[in-house]
Write a new protein. Sequence first.
Length: 240
Amino acid sequence: MVFRFREVDIFYDFDDKQTEVVDVFLHGWGCNANTLSFCKNYTSNSTLFVDFPPFGKSGDNIVGWSVFTYANMMIALCAHLHINCFNLIGHSFGGRVAIIVASICKDKTNKLLLVDSAGLKPRRSLKYKINRLRYRLRKKMGKDVTRFASADYKAMPTKLKPVFCSIVNTHLEELLSLIRCKTLIVYGSEDKQTPLYMAKRLNRKIQNSKLVVLQGAGHFCFVDRQVEFVSLVKDFLKEG
């Protein structure tokens, strides 16, 4: 199914079981709805899976978008589908979107599950700061700076790079205190992209939150420790 938002086609899969609460799954950057689709087998609620543009089957004309645009897109889609109560399950970039939606739609967000979530300001090492200074100096001098870019940035079409930069440089700490729903934070102990200190910060700043660390798992902890992850999701979603 397709929802039109800001002239962009948004592909989604809505399994409406006529339940009061809908489980909304939000995937990470560079992934698509299939990343978390296995969770559909472990909930009795209605489910909503979305391909964030420009990924999966959704359109790619997202020039000028920010992470708040994605959050507004999800709010608009839920309104379009008459979803008035939801559980948000967000992985990595999807966690960014989930944090914003939960902080805005307090009356509609029943539960929040953050999985290796992004959205917090990272700690920066001395090496990073030195490289950042070298990048700025080389750019000012008109020299090539491509070697300083991340793999995700290099692989992205030129027109979408400002969107990516906007997203990774938007930090959401100030929104965490606005979240009121029961929250479960699940992280892999070996996550290098969103390190464990971020999980601990989320846990400190979100009221009524619980942190579970899956030992030996990386940024895709639900792949590395799928049995444990499924058990956590099932128990969390069925809790009163």
